[in-house]
Design a protein around this ligand. Structure first.
Ligand code: GLC
Ligand code: CA
Length: 542
């Protein structure tokens, strides 16, 4: 059994988690000081957003030195200490690897801008001539032109401050001008080797693996992503052999591809085919009014497409790997932008009873608000409102930092009633305590674990409730969640104890479970022979 099989993850945006030295910005010592809190809540693994040297044009996703912690977070020694401290508490730490691009301030890029050919010339994607028409390249988000005397345009992977590293082209579309390389040419191969080196560097220091940024973005004109998958088979194959306990998790959003690239796990995402947005947000992410997310009381949600996509991914995952459903992340408006606390508790009931690895974004466990009208910081734009400082208590700066208000990385939620950890810990019914109970439930019931079996109970054209079965060789459990404001009745013979419930109590009289509006339960199924299909026949709406 590998550690990821029991992992429950907490994601930390280091800028905003805990400031230990009063300069207004979160840091690694701050994270160390809160490991106890993270463990007590029930998490045993942490993913930290990039904490490397950077000009911070994209909050650190624009790396200027892959081997050095950014001074504002501390030193490499601090990171080593974090790994050690975490391990002594049976916890694991993932760093964030950005393989697809660097900062335009990276020394490799500065070298590649030079007119004279040198060993970095082919490490980025340059056309042969500054005026070359480059509009047809798949996987490039823009071009840098006229920034230096090298005669060429350079491909960008995300923002203009993030030139794309060259991993070659699956299909050469410009056959005449010889600037598109194949993945096995020298520049691309050197980038692959460099990534292995960077990963080894941090793994040798004690880190437990990586969340890999834009993992599907490496090879250009790679329409089915087969060439990118091959590169990951190479990198992940190498890493897993050298470090059998290391874990890599891709930001790809397409487990049918990423898991073939030998990632241990992949995320469901706001982009790609996973229909993740149908769960806790809205198909149109920035439409905060429409409430089409499944967990909203309006009952307008529809998980038909999500379920189809999920089952496809789930089948793929049976060959190895798992799927991660995140509560949110640093790129999405928080859950609170779309749902109230009652809805959010049911969303957590779902998150912690599904297979795969749960990921909770810092602050979601106390239902921190998404701050709508906040000025952009470090390339955040709409994302900035989900990146504000963690609210620990009601002392100065919500316990985040002892700095002057003006020096804070981002302003703290100004709401008088903003939630904080201390107050939520003391409230039996808080979102925090619901999360804590759910993690402990997941840990205590093997059949709710990351790798235990799963099937949706098909309730036909009824969109509510959501029901599924988790099982292993010894036990079966039924999860029923009804976030809508309507009653639903399920007639399921021989259901056993209800071991967890949210909302109004369920009546379990004879053959009936009455699912009240805004409620959910986890119950044991006594008779093992019941499969999803039989239960489906017994659902009816009242
Ligand atoms: C990923 C990150 C995002 C970043 C982008 C470019 O999507 O999650 O924050 O801006 O990649 O690196
Ligand atoms: Ca600090």
């Amino acid at each position: 059994m590998r550690w990821i099989d029991n992992a429950v993850f907490y994601q930390i945006y280091p800028q905003s988690f805990k400031d230990s030295n009063g300069d207004g910005i979160g840091d690694i010592q701050g994270i160390i000081s809160k490991l106890e809190y993270i463990k007590e809540t029930g998490f045993n693994a942490i993913w930290i957003n990039p904490c490397f040297d950077s000009p911070f044009m994209d909050a650190g996703y624009d790396v200027a030195n892959f081997y050095k912690v950014a001074p504002r977070y501390g030193t490499n020694e601090d990171l080593r200490m974090l790994f050690e401290k975490a391990h002594s508490m049976d916890m694991y730490i993932l760093l964030d690897l950005v393989p697809g691009h660097t900062s335009y301030m990276h020394p490799w890029f500065k070298e590649s801008m030079k007119q004279e050919k040198n060993e970095y010339s082919d490490r980025y994607i340059w056309t042969d001539y500054v005026g070359r028409d480059t509009t047809t390249v798949e996987g490039v988000t823009g071009w840098l032109r006229g920034i230096c005397d090298r005669n060429g345009s350079c491909a960008v992977n995300y923002y203009a401050s993030q030139p794309a590293l060259n991993y070659g082209f699956a299909e050469i579309t410009d056959k005449e001008n010889h600037w598109q390389m194949k993945p096995n040419e020298q520049g691309p191969r050197k980038n692959v080797d460099e990534m292995k080196k960077i990963m080894s560097f941090w793994l040798d220091m004690g880190c437990d693996g990586f969340r890999v940024d834009m993992a599907g973005s490496l090879v250009k004109n790679d329409y089915g992503q087969e060439e990118t998958i091959k590169i990951w088979q190479d990198i992940n194959g190498y890493i897993h052999k050298k470090y059998p306990n290391a874990v890599t998790i891709s930001e790809w959003g397409e487990p049918t591809r990423s898991l073939r690239g030998e990632f241990d796990a992949d995320f469901l995402l706001s982009f790609g085919p996973s229909h993740y947005m149908d769960l806790f947000r809205n198909a149109n992410m920035l439409d905060f009014e429409s409430n089409t997310n499944y967990f909203s009381k309006t009952g307008k949600g529809d998980l038909t497409e999500f379920k189809k996509a999920y089952m496809l991914f789930y089948e793929q995952a049976k060959n190895g790997g798992v799927i991660c459903i995140p509560s949110g992340n640093h790129d999405l408006p928080r859950m609170t932008a779309y749902m109230d606390e009652e809805d959010i508790k049911l969303a957590f009931l779902f998150l912690f009873t599904m297979p795969g690895v749960p990921f909770i974004y810092y602050g979601d466990e106390i239902a921190m608000k998404y701050i709508h009208s906040i000025p952009s910081k470090e390339g955040g734009y709409y994302r900035t409102g989900a990146r504000t400082p963690m609210q620990w208590d009601n002392s100065l700066n919500a316990g985040f930092s002892s700095s002057r208000e003006a020096e804070l990385y981002l302003p703290i939620d100004e709401d008088q009633n903003r939630p904080n950890v201390k107050q939520q810990m003391n409230d039996e019914n808080s979102v925090y305590n619901t999360v804590k109970k759910l993690i402990s439930l997941r840990k205590s019931q093997n059949c709710l674990g990351n790798k235990a079996d799963f099937e949706f109970v098909d309730v036909s054209e009824l969109r509510y409730p959501l029901a599924y079965i988790r099982s292993n060789e010894n036990e079966k459990m039924l999860v029923v969640i009804n976030p809508s404001s309507n009653y639903v009745e399920c007639n399921i013979p021989k259901i056993g104890d209800v071991i967890f419930s949210i909302g109004e109590m369920f009546t379990n009289t004879g053959n009936n479970i009455k699912v009240a509006p805004c409620s959910g339960l986890v119950a044991k199924i006594v008779d093992y022979c019941y499969s999803g299909f039989e239960i489906y026949n017994q659902f009816k709406n009242i």
